[in-house]
Design a protein around this ligand. Structure first.
Ligand SMILES: Cc1ncc(C[n+]2csc(CCOP(=O)(O)OP(=O)(O)O)c2C)c(N)n1
Length: 647
C-alpha cells in the first residue's frame, strides 16, 4: 500500500489525506466541453483537470487508523442511550462519527436523517421528543452548524424539551489542516448557546466522553427537561482508541432520575385550599409530559369538579377538549387558581394595557382575596440572560416540583378531605360547568359557519373539513393552533396525549415545519396519521425539510394555512399605524408574501413530495384532503396548499 507522508503530533501520527490536500489546490473553473468555446484569454483546461473536477474523488489508499477509531467507541456509548435517530447536516468536524454511525453502527438505532439545515435538525428533534418523550440525537459543526441550530435550541430550552446535541470541533491547533478547519474550530463551542442549554461538556478523553454523554442524557431527561450539548472532539473521534484506554473503556450505566415531586406538607396545604374553594380554576401549561399526566389531571379535575383551562397559547395536550370540565370557569370569579407548569402564570392572572406616554398599566384579573397556588419545575431550572422565565408571579403557595409527578399525591390529599357536604357542592358545580361546556361547543359550531363559503377559505372551514376527514383515524395534530384562531381545539375531540404538542416554546418562527416532520417520525412506528397545519411564513425559513420528509418516507399530512402573509406582524404594523393615526393601508409592505404568490404545491413537488393546490374554492378542500390522506397512509408525506383567510 503506498504511503503518504505523515507528521507526528504528540503521541499520535497524523496522515495527510489525499482528498484534504486536493481541497487546498486552487483549480481552474469548470468548463463544459459541450458549451460555447472558451474566450481566447482563458486557457483551456487539460483533460486531466476536467477529469479531476468532474470525476469521483480519488480512491483513498490510506486510512487514518488501522485500529478502531475513537468514534466507534462513541457509537457504543450513543447506542447504549437508545437513540432511534440522529439528525444531521453533514460536517467534517464530525465525519468520523458520521462514518462510524453508518458503518460500525450499521445505520440503525440511531439511523441517520439527512437534514438541509441545522435549525431543521434541532426542530425535528424538538417535535420528535414531544411525541416520543425521548430525545433525538443531533450532530452539527461546533461553529457554523451550531450558529444555524441556535434558535431551534432556544425554542427547545424555553419549551423545556430534551434535545441532545453532539458537536464536532478540533480543539488542538496541531490538527487543523486548512483554513476551513480553522474557521470551523472554536475554543469553547458551547459558549454561544450556554445561556439556553441545560448542561454541556467538552470531554478530553474517550472515558470522559462516555461519562459526560451518559450524564448529559440523564440531565436532559430530568424535569425540568432541556437541551444538552456534548462536544465530540474530532481528534478523539478520528484517532485510534489510545492504547492506555483500550482495555479500560466502558459505557456507564444510565439510570434516569425519578422526577422531583412537590413537598408533601405543601401539597396537603394546596389540597385544603382547593377542597374548601367555591370556585377553583385549574390552569394548565406544560402539565402533562406523558399520557400519565393527562390521566392525573383528569383525576384531579373530576375529584374537585373544577374546570381546567389551557393557557391561550396551548402548551401541551393536558386535558380532553370535550370533557365537560374543559375550558370553563372564570379567573375573575375564582377564589383559588391552581397553575400547573404555567410558564406565564403572571399573564394568566393579570392584564397589561399600554397607556399613552405613561408606560404599561398592569392589574390583576383575579378578585381580591383569591388564593394563587403554583406547582412548577421552572424554579429548578432558571438562567439569567434570556428572559423566558416571564414576569414574577406573586402567589400564596408555590410548590417547586414537576406537576405531573406531584398530581397523584395532590389527588389523594384532596380525596381524603372531601366530606359528603363538599361532594354535594362539587356535584352541583360540575353540572353547571357541563352545561356551560355544552353551550360553548354549540357557540363554536355556530361561529364556524360564518363565512363558510368564503374564498380565501376561513380557518374555521379548513379546520372543520380536515376534522371530518381524520376523525375516524388514529390522528395526531403536530402544529400549533394559535394562528388558526384555535379552531381545531374548539371543534375537534382531542383526548389522547399525542394529539397535541403545543408550539415553538420561544415563539421562534421556522419551528413548525421541521417540528412536524420530527413528530411524524415519532408517530410512524405507531401507525398514526400525523397532521400539520402549516403556516406559509414558517415554512419559508427552511423548506428543505420537505425533502427530508420525502427522502426518509416520513408519513405526514401537511395542510398549508397559506394566508400569503406574515400576518401576525402585519397586525402589529397596522396597530402602530393606527396608533399614529396614519391609516393601515400600507401595512402590507414588508409583511405580505405575494407578488409573486408562492406555489407550495410546486415547491413540495420539487422536493419529491405528493402535493395538491393551491385550493381557493372551499368545495375542493375535502376531496383534496382525502386524496392526500391516501398518500400518507401509503407511508409517504403529502402537502395540500390551501389559500386561507388571515386567521
Ligand atoms: C425567527 C423569528 N423571526 C421573526 C419572528 C416574528 N414573527 C412572529 S409571527 C411572524 C409571522 C409568521 O408568519 P406565518 O408563519 O405565515 O404566520 P401568520 O402570522 O401569517 O399566520 C413573524 C415573522 C419570530 N417570532 N421569529
Amino acid at each position: 500500500m503506498p504511503k503518504t507522508p505523515g507528521r507526528t503530533v504528540g503521541r499520535r501520527t497524523f496522515l495527510q489525506s489525499a482528498a484534504a490536500t486536493a481541497a487546498l489546490v486552487v483549480k481552474p473553473p469548470i468548463v463544459d466541453a459541450q458549451a460555447a468555446p472558451p474566450r481566447p484569454s482563458a486557457a483551456s483546461p487539460s483533460a486531466a483537470q476536467i477529469a479531476a473536477e468532474t470525476g469521483p474523488p480519488p480512491a483513498r489508499t490510506r486510512s487514518y487508523t488501522v485500529d478502531r477509531p475513537g468514534a466507534d467507541f462513541m457509537v457504543d456509548v450513543i447506542k447504549s442511550l437508545g437513540f432511534e435517530y440522529v439528525a444531521a447536516n453533514p460536517g467534517s468536524s464530525f465525519r468520523a462519527l458520521h462514518e462510524s454511525i453508518i458503518n460500525y453502527g450499521g445505520n440503525a438505532r440511531p439511523e441517520l436523517l439527512t437534514c438541509c439545515h441545522e435549525e431543521s435538525s434541532v426542530a425535528m428533534a424538538h417535535g420528535y421528543a414531544k411525541i416520543d418523550g425521548r430525545p433525538m440525537l443531533v450532530m452539527a459543526h461546533g461553529t457554523v452548524g451550531l450558529q444555524h441550530a441556535s434558535m431551534a435550541i432556544y425554542n427547545a430550552w424555553a419549551d423545556r424539551v430534551p434535545v441532545y446535541l453532539l458537536l464536532g470541533n478540533i480543539l488542538d491547533v496541531a490538527y487543523r489542516r486548512s483554513v476551513v478547519e480553522w474557521t470551523h474550530s472554536v475554543q469553547d463551542a458551547v459558549a454561544m448557546v450556554r445561556d439556553y442549554t441545560k448542561w454541556d461538556d467538552t470531554p478530553v478523553s474517550l472515558t470522559h466522553f462516555a461519562a459526560s454523554a451518559v450524564r448529559a442524557y440523564k440531565t436532559a431527561m430530568t424535569p425540568a427537561m432541556g437541551p444538552v450539548v456534548i462536544v465530540a472532539d474530532a481528534v478523539l473521534q478520528e484517532e485510534p482508541i489510545p492504547e492506555a484506554e483500550r482495555h479500560a473503556l466502558r459505557v456507564p450505566k444510565l439510570t434516569l432520575a425519578a422526577p422531583p415531586a412537590g413537598d408533601s406538607s405543601a401539597v396537603a396545604e394546596a389540597a385544603r385550599l382547593l377542597v374548601a374553594a367555591e370556585s377553583p380554576v385549574i390552569v394548565a401549561g406544560r402539565c402533562a409530559r406523558t399520557p400519565e399526566g393527562l390521566r392525573h389531571l383528569v383525576a384531579l379535575a373530576e375529584t374537585l369538579q373544577a374546570p381546567v383551562n389551557d393557557r391561550p397559547f396551548r402548551f401541551r395536550m393536558n386535558f380532553p377538549t370535550r370533557h365537560p370540565l374543559y375550558g370553563g370557569g372564570s379567573i375573575a370569579e375564582a377564589d383559588v387558581v391552581l397553575g400547573l407548569e404555567v410558564p406565564d402564570f403572571w399573564n394568566a392572572t393579570h392584564a397589561q394595557t399600554p397607556v399613552n406616554r405613561t408606560g404599561m398599566e398592569a392589574r390583576p384579573t383575579t378578585k381580591a382575596g383569591a388564593k394563587l397556588v403554583t406547582i412548577s419545575s421552572s424554579d429548578l431550572l432558571t438562567k439569567s440572560n434570556y428572559q423566558d422565565f416571564g414576569a414574577y408571579a406573586e402567589v400564596d403557595l408555590a410548590i417547586s416540583g414537576d406537576a405531573e409527578a406531584t398530581l397523584p399525591a395532590l389527588v389523594d390529599a384532596c380525596k381524603r378531605l372531601i366530606t359528603g357536604d363538599r361532594a354535594r357542592v362539587f356535584h352541583e358545580r360540575g353540572a353547571r360547568l357541563a352545561e356551560a361546556a355544552r353551550r360553548s361547543a354549540d357557540d363554536a359550531l355556530n361561529q364556524a359557519a360564518w363565512g363558510w363559503d368564503a374564498s380565501p377559505i376561513t380557518t374555521a372551514r379548513l379546520s372543520a373539513e380536515l376534522w371530518n376527514e381524520i376523525k375516524r383515524e388514529d390522528w395526531s395534530l403536530v402544529s400549533d393552533v394559535t394562528f388558526l384562531s384555535f379552531w381545531p381545539t374548539r371543534l375537534w375531540d382531542f383526548d389522547k396525549h399525542y394529539q397535541y404538542i403545543g408550539g415553538q416554546g420561544a415563539y421562534g418562527i421556522g419551528y413548525g415545519a421541521p417540528a412536524a416532520v420530527g413528530a411524524a417520525l415519532a408517530n410512524k412506528k405507531h401507525g398514526r396519521l400525523t397532521v400539520n397545519i402549516q403556516c406559509d411564513g414558517d415554512l419559508n425559513y427552511a423548506p428543505g425539510v420537505l425533502w427530508t420528509a420525502a427522502h426518509h418516507h416520513i408519513p405526514l399530512l401537511t395542510i398549508m394555512h397559506n394566508n400569503r402573509a406574515y400576518h401576525q406582524e402585519r397586525m402589529y404594523v397596522q396597530d402602530m399605524a393606527a396608533r399614529a393615526e396614519r391609516g393601515i393601508d400600507r401595512a402590507n409592505i414588508g409583511t405580505a408574501i405575494t407578488d409573486p404568490n408562492i406555489d407550495y404545491a410546486m415547491l413540495a413537488k420539487a422536493y419529491g413530495m405528493y402535493s395538491a393546490g393551491p385550493i381557493e374554492n372551499p368545495k375542493d378542500l375535502a376531496p383534496a384532503i382525502r386524496k392526500a390522506i391516501e398518500v400518507v397512509k401509503s407511508g409517504e408525506p403529502a402537502l395540500v396548499d390551501v389559500v386561507t383567510q388571515p386567521r
